[in-house]
Design a binder for this molecule. Structure first.
Ligand SMILES: O=C(O)CCC(=O)C(=O)O
Ligand SMILES: [Fe+2]
Length: 283
């Protein structure tokens, strides 16, 4: 992570993975809006991220590709996912839960010779949650949600301006809302591969308000004029760095990547249980 100017409208902390204890219980500060983001550097060694990225490049293991039907080799030309998000699954939740089951197994395979991704993230969230238990949510049939998705941005691809609170208005969130409080959900992602240029996460001083919700347009591509004149910061994490930020309430986007190296990140969302002291993560 490159050094970053502090901004009073984006309160963040940055620590090395070895100093994780410094962030103990920091989710309380997120809830009180005293903290907007944290960067945990070198959650994995950079060399291991290179190995993971070359597996992703080879589509190994053969993750489900979204949009479905895209040839993973040809799909390099456009933004795509390994796995599927709740909103991308739209109303086909049986498909979502099928993909989720396979993804968890394949993700273990992807990290087979290092620290397991899901286990490592859970142990980090336990510290950040001040000892709360951390669990994958399950639907009434006992099927687990997607623990994360892998976002692949080849050269020139971007993630347009959005706020993740907007996503939780989608009908596919109906069950999840009975389990956890998805308003002001947090976003997390681990950088696996950084592009040669561009690909910064831009966060804006503009906050979400429910009046920003535009009917059935749930996801990205909010009108850029929403943040015209707002202040912004560019975060540029390095491979192995984990970012956790208040993506539910803070407008953000990923700038177009430049150069031949694609941008790979793996991540999802985090929220507190409606009851009890559990944290849930999903994508
Ligand atoms: O950088 C990424 O992979 C996605 C960032 C994002 O918009 C999010 O995690 O909510
Ligand atoms: Fe987001």
């Amino acid at each position: 992570m490159e050094p970053l100017a502090r901004a009073d409208w984006f309160k963040f902390r940055s620590v090395d993975f070895t100093q994780l204890d410094a962030l103990e219980d920091c989710l309380e500060a997120f809830a009180k809006r005293e903290l907007d983001g944290v960067v945990i550097r070198q959650v994995y060694p950079e060399a291991y991220m290179r190995e993971i990225s070359s597996r992703i490049e080879r589509h190994e293991p053969p993750f489900h590709v979204f949009p479905r039907g895209a040839d993973p080799h040809k799909a390099r030309q456009g933004k795509h996912l390994y796995g599927i998000t709740l909103v991308a699954a739209d109303r086909d939740l049986p498909e979502y839960f099928r993909v989720a089951e396979g993804f968890r197994v394949q993700c273990r395979d992807l990290f087979r010779d290092g620290a397991d991704y899901e286990a490592r993230l859970k142990s980090i969230f336990e510290v950040l949650g001040g000892g709360r238990s951390v669990e994958l949510p399950r639907n009434p049939d006992g099927q687990g949600y997607m623990p994360a998705t892998i976002r692949i941005l080849p050269s020139g691809a971007a993630i347009d301006l959005h706020c993740d609170n907007n996503l939780s208005h989608h009908p596919s969130y109906a069950h999840l809302k009975t389990v956890c409080d998805v308003s002001d959900q947090l976003s997390f992602f681990l950088t696996l591969n950084a592009p040669g240029g561009g690909g910064e996460l831009f966060v804006y001083s503009r906050r979400w308000s429910d009046s920003d919700d535009v009917g059935s347009q749930y996801v990205v591509s909010k009108d850029a004029s929403l943040v015209e004149g707002c202040e912004c910061l560019a975060l540029k994490p390095q491979p192995g760095d984990l970012i956790l930020f208040a993506g539910g309430r803070i407008y953000h986007r990923v700038a177009p990547t430049e150069g031949t190296r694609p941008r790979y990140t793996i991540g999802g969302f985090l929220a507190r249980a409606n009851e009890g002291r559990t944290l849930y993560y999903w994508s």
